[in-house]
Design a protein around this ligand. Structure first.
Ligand code: CTP
Ligand code: MG
Length: 555
């Protein structure tokens, strides 16, 4: 399993399942091998995963069972491509068939629960319960199954593991391996979307439900929400085709005064539908008056918290842009995961929305920092736009959102800096950033004058008049800067060898303990917090005087 995880660090981590090659010819196998060696485009990955999810079912199982017999039983409906078990309010099996028809064949023989206490809504989903007809007669063959973990280890356990590393860089890769989405978890996320899609299609047969955000942008960690959106684009493309020829036919459709109102109405009925008939869909909240209207719900069978919105093309472009950045160089994801974890530990980010920095903004800050390295580790958005061809053209709401989708067209970076250097420099860079005057522009890879007075201004790369970190207030920004400075100080001043010998947290581990708690570095520092210590801190951060902190954050 460890081997499998390490593999996911490699560029081809989202490759086609080898099992699928079985029934096909050598030429196709060759084709797949080529696809496997090059990095897939975002759309290729999405299409493959969405199709996979439609051939997938989820079965609640007894805690002890004969895995082989279950698979044999299911195989009578068709070939199984892959399967795994996981724990989530009981044991579940995710079963991916080779053919979609197998799901229908299975659904044909599945019974409907007897209405004893509750009346059931006869919606036939792809969620089943499997029971043994004679549970008392346990046989020796019924054993606990191997469970694939769907959550990451707690931070304190992670800190223990980090101790065994030999550099900060290897600590960062350990963190990445522990926290990143697994192959199984990604499948489960796409399944959750596919199950919601079944409901959406009851109303809109041409619609699709696709994940976006951290589930697909390579920066998702185990346990993060599933952002999903309802897409009607395929239906629109179909309509365009029908316009050929001398006549024009169009559907008679309900007309509403605004797109926003249509979005609200669609989300409202789908929210009701999930609430009333969706097996395991609970805590449905319709948040229809938000800038981007959405329905929030918990999907119990998969264990995910979900946010459903209606197609937001710009957010999808951001997801693809981040996918490209995350796939280009392994250091990118390692750095983002470490910083996201660091920010969470120090209360700079929070799972509830508020005036703090979001993971999305923090990720964009890391991307900006990587664009600013010399030589740059990732290209600017303008450079990616220059590499775009005809099929990459996307104009959304008047904004040019085009950029290259084929990763092989992007030259690899010549930058050879280690993650040790990058982590420390990130803290130093943002510890000294002139937030009062400057904003972060990822399109140009440049600091530019702030167009308005928001404490933190990060240009939305696609809607250039929007600030993605508009929610961040002055105290939160100050806290971020102070934490960044403290972290730079710890990394620069710690006696790593001594701390390793003393079995004290060092490097990344020292940064993942709330400052002022059991962090001996900080203890030592606050005890003798004389002017000497402050001066050395300021020196190490190349600050000329103490008022710079206030100045930098605009006080
Ligand atoms: N998004 C955006 N502008 C914002 C906030 C979000 O374009 N101001 C888009 C981004 O594409 C983002 C997605 O919406 O990835 C989902 O937002 P969110 O769930 O807040 O961020 P994630 O990237 O999914 O990170 P997390 O793991 O914290 O959910
Ligand atoms: Mg999200």
């Amino acid at each position: 399993r460890a081997g499998g995880r390490a593999l996911r660090l490699l560029p081809g981590r989202l490759r086609a399942p080898a099992a699928r090659l079985g029934s096909r010819g050598a030429a196709e196998a060759q084709e797949d091998a080529e696809v496997n060696t090059r990095k897939k485009t975002f759309t290729e990955v999405q299409t493959e995963r969405l199709e996979q999810a439609e051939r997938t079912v989820l079965i609640k199982c007894p805690s002890r069972l004969n895995e082989k017999k279950l698979l044999q039983y299911l195989s009578s409906h068709g070939k199984i491509n892959s399967h795994f078990f996981f724990e989530n309010r009981g044991i579940h099996a995710l079963i991916e068939f080779s053919e979609k028809s197998s799901v229908a064949s299975l659904q044909d023989v599945v019974g409907i629960p007897k209405a004893v206490e509750h009346h059931v809504v006869p919606f036939k989903s792809r969620l089943f319960t499997f029971t043994l007809k004679n549970p008392v007669a346990k046989t020796a063959e019924e054993t606990p199954v191997h469970l694939s973990p769907q959550s990451h280890i707690p931070v304190n356990e992670l800190i223990q593991k980090l101790h065994k590393a030999d550099s900060i860089s290897s600590q960062m890769y350990i963190l990445l391996n522990e926290y990143q989405l697994t192959e199984e978890n990604i499948k489960l996320r796409f399944l959750a979307c596919s199950l919601v899609q079944d409901f959406a299609r009851a109303y809109f047969p041409d619609s699709t439900v696709k994940p976006f955000g951290s589930s697909v942008n390579t920066f998702g960690k185990l346990g993060c929400d599933v952002d999903m959106f309802l897409d009607f684009r395929d239906a629109q493309e179909h309509a365009a085709k029908m316009k050929k020829g001398p006549f024009e036919m169009e559907y008679q459709m309900k007309r509403l005064p605004s797109e926003r109102l249509a979005t609200q109405k669609i989300l409202s009925v789908i929210g009701d539908c999930l609430d009333n008939f969706g097996p395991g869909c609970v805590s449905i909240q319709k948040i229809l008056n938000a800038r981007c209207p959405l329905v929030k719900f918990a999907h119990q069978p998969t264990g995910f918290q979900c946010d459903l919105s209606v197609s937001n093309s710009i957010a999808i472009r951001s997801s693809e842009l981040l996918y490209i950045y995350g796939t280009l160089d392994p250091r990118v994801r390692a750095l983002v995961f470490s910083l996201r974890c660091w920010a969470r530990v120090h209360g700079l980010t929070n799972s509830i929305p508020g005036t703090w920095i979001t993971n999305f903004s923090l990720t964009m800050m890391v991307m900006f920092f990587l664009q600013k390295r010399s030589p740059p580790i990732i290209p600017t958005l303008d450079q990616l736009k220059e590499l775009a061809d005809e099929k990459d053209k996307h104009i959304i709401g008047g904004y040019d959102c085009s950029f290259v989708s084929d990763l092989s067209k992007i030259n690899p970076t010549k930058n050879t800096e280690t993650l040790d250097e990058l982590l420390c420099d990130f803290f130093e860079y943002f510890g000294n950033f002139d937030f009062r005057k400057n904003s972060l522009n990822l399109r140009r890879g440049k600091e530019v004058n702030k167009p308005e007075s928001s404490p933190l201004y990060i240009w939305n790369p696609f809607e250039q008049d929007l600030n993605i970190s508009k929610n961040v207030n002055q105290p939160q920004l100050e806290k971020f800067v102070a934490m960044a400075r403290e972290s730079a100080w710890i990394l620069q001043k710690e006696d790593r060898t001594q701390r390793m010998i003393n079995k004290e947290p060092w490097g990344l581990a020292a940064l993942l303990i709330p400052f002022g708690k059991s962090n001996t570095n900080k203890m030592r520092r606050t005890k003798g917090m004389g002017s000497e210590t402050i001066r050395s801190l300021l020196d190490s951060l190349k600050l000329s005087n103490a008022s710079n902190l206030q100045k930098a954050v605009g006080k």
